[in-house]
Design a protein around this ligand. Structure first.
Ligand code: SAM
Length: 253
């Protein structure tokens, strides 16, 4: 019996109904190449292999690699290492990335795929708290830096929550399965770097309003021109509001 390693965030999916629900959410196409992050002992991998001949896997733990090899068919490619150490060229050959992510680096992994233009869909199991921030709407306390920075490139959709009892060992938190679909709504409008600066400043002090957080960037008259209330907090704005602010700041710089 293999002992789960905490340092690799190992919580293995044991609930077959959840595995089936995950597979049912994924859109499979013959043309797409799929990459699974952290296959572990293959709970999802075995099902994925039934659905696609174009499957790659990245796993960091040599003990998992040994177990996995015996379960793979000839089409599946297994790569050993830290997902964050692979370069853009490697990822460019894939279109869909998925996995039950190790929670200690789940947001780093999501951010890693923003610049990889070929990847159009991400399906990830993450902590519910992260999923709620990714899919947050204006006015919610979960509307945050993460919501907006990922929202610049991806539309987030929470598919369903998963009880801790569906894993072994049982984690302390509830999980959620999310789908992130790439869109090109804003990339031709403004540079991401300028948008990121506005987001970071707007959310700098959570309890402060926009007037205070953006005091070095926008004056009262700018808020009037933008038709945005300076007494709002950042969480009260939509991503379109932040796009509008960024465009305004660039064109008035
Ligand atoms: N997919 C399996 C399942 O659902 O049962 C395992 C999921 S477990 C939450 C996370 C997996 O990611 C583990 O197999 C762990 O070894 C692997 N992992 C952790 N850190 C990693 C990294 N930096 N790069 C690649 N794999 C990693």
């Amino acid at each position: 019996m293999i002992k789960a390693k905490k340092k690799f965030g190992q919580n293995f999916l044991t609930d077959y109904q959840i595995i089936k629900s995950i597979i049912d959410e994924i859109k499979f196409s013959e043309k797409s190449k799929y990459l699974e992050i952290g296959p572990g002992m293959g709970a999802l991998t075995i099902e994925l292999q039934q659905k696609t001949k174009n499957l790659g896997l990245i796993e960091i733990d040599p003990d998992m690699i040994k177990i996995l090899r015996a379960k793979l068919n000839k089409n599946t490619q297994l790569f050993e290492g830290d997902v964050l150490s692979f370069d853009d060229d490697f990822f460019e050959s894939y279109n869909v990335v998925l996995g039950n992510l190790p929670y200690y680096i789940s947001t780093e992994i999501i951010f890693r795929f923003i610049p990889i233009k070929n990847i159009d869909t991400l399906y990830f199991m993450v902590q519910k708290e992260v999923a709620d921030r990714l899919a947050a709407k204006k006015g919610s306390k979960d509307n945050s830096v993460l919501t907006n920075l990922i929202g610049f490139n991806f539309r987030a959709e929470k598919c369903f929550d998963i009880n801790p009892e569906s894993f072994s060992p049982v984690p302390k938190v509830t999980s959620s399965f999310i789908k992130l679909t790439r869109h090109n709504d804003y990339i031709n409008d403004i540079p991401y770097i300028d948008f990121k600066r506005i987001i970071k400043e707007s959310f700098k002090f959570k309890r402060k309003n926009l007037k205070n957080n953006l005091k070095d960037i926008l004056k009262q008259s700018d808020f009037e021109n933008l038709k945005i209330l300076p007494t709002n907090r950042a969480e009260d704005l939509t991503i379109e509001d932040f796009i509008k602010i960024t465009k305004y700041v660039i064109s008035n710089a």
